[in-house]
Write a protein of this length. Structure first.
Length: 242
């Protein structure tokens, strides 16, 4: 009986409720953790072969686009998983809670697929016009960043005004800055994903219209803090003697 009670408490605990509120995000994170462990356990040569096979480069998009567009979402272009846990909790979790798993997935996939073809299309044009090396048809291009950038874009509509415009200006500046320094096909892909996420507004118009306000969130945190901590200088009430 005690085991059932403990299991019930664990199921209804805050961490459990938080994870279950965005199942798609945390299942994806679990898969990324597994593939990241694989990256650490194989030789560099084997890793290059694995990642190369999942790459959404020009050659693979021409031969088997569906396969690489899907499998590239389950590998990180790097050895570190924890930064993605942080980013997923900031952007994906609130987006999935707000939109629901199906719509969150739809917006992210639209951004991922469209931005991939846009960026690789720009690269193909550069190669055809001798602006880039022909070897780049086999360039490694994997990861989850286009999907993430699309969600960053659509989250604009979940933020209350006027904070929405500050958020949007900051994100546009963040994604444009690398292109001002050096124009790359991945930089074009990231900016395209952000804009595609914004363009998905017609898809999310019927979503719940609850909007997140930083000011309201800060006020709630202060209220909770005031309730938990006693007022300065207050003296605990003495218990009555029997």
């Amino acid at each position: 009986m005690s085991d059932c009670h403990a299991g019930g408490r664990l199921w209804n605990s805050r961490p459990s409720l938080y994870i279950r509120s965005a199942p798609g995000t945390f299942i994806w994170l679990a898969v990324l953790l597994a593939t990241t462990i694989i990256q650490h356990s194989v030789t560099p040569e084997r890793l290059q072969t694995i990642l190369g096979a999942q790459s959404t480069n020009i050659r693979h998009l021409g031969d088997d686009p569906v396969h690489v567009l899907i499998t590239s979402l389950f590998w990180l272009d790097g050895y570190y998983w924890l930064p993605y846990l942080f980013l997923y909790c900031i952007f994906h979790v609130p987006a999935e809670r707000w939109l629901g798993t199906r719509l969150w997935l739809a917006v992210g996939l639209i951004a991922h697929v469209c931005a991939t073809f846009i960026s690789e299309g720009v690269l193909y044009w550069a190669i055809e016009h001798d602006r880039a090396s022909e070897t780049l048809v086999n360039v490694r291009d994997i990861g989850v960043s286009y999907f993430l950038a699309g969600i960053v874009g659509v989250l604009t509509f979940h933020i209350a005004r006027p904070w929405r415009w500050l958020y949007l200006a900051g994100m546009v500046g963040l994604f444009c800055a690398p292109l001002l320094a050096n124009v790359t096909f991945t930089g074009i892909g990231h900016l395209s994903s952000l804009l595609i996420g914004l363009a998905c507004y017609p898809l999310i118009r019927t979503s719940p219209q609850d909007q997140w306000s930083p000011a309201a969130a800060l006020s709630r945190c202060r209220t909770r803090s005031d309730r938990r901590s006693p007022a300065v200088g207050s003296v605990p009430a003495e218990e009555d003697e029997p």
